[in-house]
Ligand binder design. Structure first.
Ligand code: UDX
Length: 437
């Protein structure tokens, strides 16, 4: 099968590489020449475990190609995936579809023979039909169908999510298009992956509904953590006790300084807009967004209180800047909303992140001292602040760190450590939703 992927960002690159691994002949097209040159040299522009090796092996065996020209390849392909970005439009939270529509226009004139044009980008309900209209207007003779095939990839675990998905969702209107997509995903039959065949609108909504539901679980447990703090309960016990109920499930019930990343913040806001524009309100998702913002604000207060509301001149050693571990992605990371407020109040910020410092430097203030060597960050520090739960931070030498610090304040916004242990080690330990000892 011949597959073209438009857009070599996170989703396009992972999908293209994994389709090549399935045995398809894949060409990834991106307008960014620098990125294409990098990829053709077997290097990837993002940090994603396992991806670079897979890109290289498929480049070497000729299954994967990168180019910045549409050329003949689109016409020769069975499937063309649109995997360009759909960022939040500034001001109204609506998904910005300009890249998707531009890709549809660019594809149109190159189509030859029957082709399935597939939306992989996360797009509002109705976008596949709009893509169809654009292609028909640009090239009335084109022989094609549109389909929707949303992705459910977690950053940091994208390869295994693609290779061993819980389900594959395919939306379309013609048997022929659904058949071509089913054939592409045939290697997953071996592991009995459920394939959901549905209409275009349902496929588009499944993606938003899934992300909004997961975000709801997170905001729910974050809200419970506030209640735990007020009544003296332990949020870990609460989430365990809830999660063991098979109807609830234990995943996504881990407290945090708020969800971030490239999907949840953008998709929850977009879902609220989609509902409004369709004449219905989405009160639950609206609240999920509000609770998430409140959680980030609450974290700032927690840090400030831990330092007796005197941040001026305090040296804070921040561990973790990315929105979660195993990625260098800084999009909507809690660090972006928390750190500038600390600096505003006069705190001196030192920061470390195993893979995210380069990206962090692009989005965070210049008034931050970045440390390559983790243990250098603690010398003379007034507080340790964990923002991202990288594995590197799970087994810290607590005795050594305490000797290096000015004080014993340890703020753990990912609840990595046990309050009892921290007390034994002599720390004044602050975490989320657990009784203070
Ligand atoms: C998510 C979805 O999981 C994926 O299916 C979708 O396609 C893209 O968005 P991703 O953003 O990569 O993936 O990361 P995920 O592991 O889902 O975490 C998202 C955010 O939620 C992170 O900020 C994480 O810290 C937070 N989170 C996650 C919690 O706060 N608590 C949890 O229990 C789980």
């Amino acid at each position: 099968m011949k597959v073209v992927i438009i857009g070599s960002g996170y989703v396009g690159l992972v999908s293209g590489t994994c389709f090549a691994e399935f045995g398809a002949q894949v060409t990834c097209i991106d307008t960014d020449k620098q990125k294409i040159d990098l990829l053709n040299n077997g290097k990837i522009p993002i940090y994603e475990p396992g991806l670079e090796e897979l890109v290289r092996s498929n480049l070497d065996n000729g299954k994967l190609n990168f180019t910045n020209e549409y050329g003949e390849i689109v016409g020769e392909s069975d499937l063309v995936f649109i995997a360009v970005g759909t960022p939040s439009r500034r001001g109204d939270g609506h998904a910005d579809l300009s890249y998707v529509f531009q890709a549809a226009k660019d594809i149109a004139s190159h189509l030859k023979g029957y082709t399935v044009v597939v939306n992989k980008s996360t797009v509002p309900v109705g976008t596949a039909r709009n893509v169809k209209r654009i292609i028909e207007a640009e090239n009335p003779n084109a022989n094609f169908d549109v389909a929707s095939n949303p992705e459910f990839l977690r950053e940091g675990a994208a390869i295994s999510d693609f290779m061993r998905p819980d389900r594959v969702v395919i939306g379309g209107e013609s048997e022929q298009a659904l058949g071509v997509l089913k054939e592409l995903y045939r290697p997953l039959n071996l592991i009995e992956t459920p394939i959901i065949l549905t209409d275009l609108e349902s496929a588009e909504l499944i993606k938003y509904a899934s992300n909004a539901f997961l975000a709801t679980k997170i905001s729910f447990i974050n809200e419970m953590s506030m209640l735990c703090e007020a009544v003296g309960a332990d949020v870990h016990a609460v989430s365990k006790g809830m999660g063991l109920d098979g109807r609830i499930g234990k995943k996504f019930l881990h407290v945090s300084p708020g969800y971030g990343g490239s999907c949840f913040p953008k998709d929850t806001k977009a879902l609220v807009r989609i509902a409004q524009e369709s004449g219905v309100t989405s009160r639950i998702v609206e609240s999920v967004v509000e609770v998430n913002e409140a959680q980030k604000a609450r974290m700032f207060k927690k840090i400030s209180l831990a330092l007796d509301d005197e941040l001026s001149g305090k040296v804070i050693s921040v561990l973790g800047l990315t929105f979660k571990p195993d990625t260098d992605d800084m999009r909507d990371a809690p660090s972006i909303s928390i750190i500038p407020k600390l600096i505003e109040q006069g705190a001196k910020i030192r920061a470390h992140d195993p893979h995210g410092m380069e990206e962090a430097k692009k989005v965070l203030s210049e008034n931050i001292d970045f440390y390559e060597n983790l243990y250098d960050i603690f010398k003379g520090s007034d507080a340790v602040l964990i923002l991202t739960e990288w594995n590197e931070y799970r087994g810290l030498d607590l005795d050594e760190i305490k000797k290096m610090m000015n004080t014993n304040v340890f703020i753990d916004l990912r609840n990595i450590y046990e309050p009892v242990l921290m007390k034994e080690k002599g720390y004044n330990y602050f975490c989320i939703g657990r009784p203070t000892l």
